[in-house]
Design a protein around this ligand. Structure first.
Ligand code: FES
Length: 376
């Protein structure tokens, strides 16, 4: 076996790690407990750079945690922790004087074990439940409240009316998701390390079987023909729960960047926006740009709004007036009519021809710059 010089020992002091290139592969070097070791740098999960991970003593050995989603490997044997069968590649190291030499080829080959993701098989395989004739309407209520002290929500009430009308008049299948009742984690920003770290299904979904966003992914991406999103106005913006969900939907949009894969096709979205005071247009604008970036189509007049103006601080009367008004009932029904007309048209569209004029990975202005730490 040939060995090549990759660094001097002084470049890898005790307690540090370093990524080096060996032929066409990146290798993570570690210097811990007086010993230099080397394993493949590309995490077996999604290719995260192991040489940038934190090293800790655990599981009866010294392990590095991948900085992307936390898979762990023994820095000497390349093995995953007990209970997992993954084997990272391992390189032989020789130290001659101050020079670190590494074998040109791994002495242990990497093996990615099978991980049981059968619970997410429908998401992984994109098993769409929509058909040429389905009429599935998903309502997403983003208002927050203490359900033990339930209060009247104008946005949620309008959404309930819209769904009831769709069932009654068109025989639509409807579902309602109340975001406040889903226990779901905030986006943890893996995308900020590398676009490949934001995966489909979301890595949080993969690692946390109880995470409630799985229901949103399933119902929004696979089941719905039409998504109606209802939000209150909070200080001029949509509900904070909406933004929490939107951040987690980066995984949907990111598939366009990574793989030119548009997950949302032939789907319609429309919005119900209610507030005691105002800023309906601004909230509608925010919702519309995000949903168009996901791939949704809008009907004409794609939002319904309710507000009473800047001086309307008497919120008790807001509910009184809302309940008395026929306006919301009429406009939500008209919005449903428009959504259903629109979905009947776009179901005839050839989805294969739909393209996303959005940035793809090769469009980056830095595409020619190699990041020496990354494997991709
Ligand atoms: S844990 Fe390493 S890439 Fe996901």
């Amino acid at each position: 076996m040939d060995f090549i010089k990759v660094a001097s020992l002084s470049e890898l002091p005790e307690g540090s790690s370093k990524i080096v290139k060996v032929k066409n592969s990146k290798v993570a070097l570690f210097h811990f407990d007086g010993k230099v070791t080397a394993i493949g740098n590309a995490c077996l999960h999604k290719g995260g750079p192991l040489g940038l991970g934190c090293v800790e003593k655990k599981h009866g050995g010294t392990f590095v945690a991948c900085p992307w989603h936390g898979w762990e490997y023994n820095i000497e044997t390349g093995k995953a922790p007990p209970g997992y069968k993954d084997q990272q590649s391992v390189y032989e190291i020789k130290i001659e004087d101050d020079v670190i030499l590494i074998s040109e080829e791994p002495i242990v080959q990497s093996i990615k074990a099978t991980h049981d993701l059968s619970d997410l098989a429908d998401l992984i395989d994109l098993k769409y439940q929509t058909t040429g004739t389905s009429l599935n309407i998903l309502g997403i209520s983003t208002t927050n409240m203490n359900d033990n002290l339930a209060r009247f929500s104008t946005s949620e009430n309008a959404l309930e009316k819209a769904l009831a009308y769709a069932t009654e008049k068109y025989g639509a299948e409807t579902k309602m998701i109340k975001l406040r009742q889903l226990n779901f984690r905030h986006c943890e920003g893996y995308y900020s390390q590398h676009m490949n770290a934001c995966t489909w299904p979301c890595s949080i979904t993969e690692m946390d079987a109880k995470d409630g966003m799985t229901q949103v992914y399933r119902d929004m991406v696979l089941w719905a023909d039409i998504v109606l999103l209802a939000t209150p106005i909070r200080w001029g913006n949509a509900s904070s729960l909406y933004y929490k969900m939107a951040e987690r939907l980066n995984t949907v949009q990111n598939q366009i960047t990574l793989n030119k894969n548009i997950l949302i096709k032939n789907k319609v979205a429309a919005f119900i926006i209610t507030g005691g005071q105002d800023n309906i247009q601004s909230v509608a604008g925010q919702l519309m740009w995000f949903f168009t970036d996901l791939g949704f189509v809008f009907p004409p007049f794609s939002f319904v709004g309710w507000s009473r103006g800047w001086t309307a601080e008497d919120m008790d009367k807001n509910v009184l007036q809302f309940k008395k008004s026929d306006y919301i009932k009429r406009t939500t029904e008209e919005m449903i009519d428009n959504c259903i007309e629109t979905i009947s048209q776009i179901k005839k569209m050839n989805t294969i021809k739909i393209i996303a004029p959005k940035p793809h990975r090769q469009d980056s202005l830095s595409v020619d710059i190699e990041n020496p730490d990354m494997n991709l």
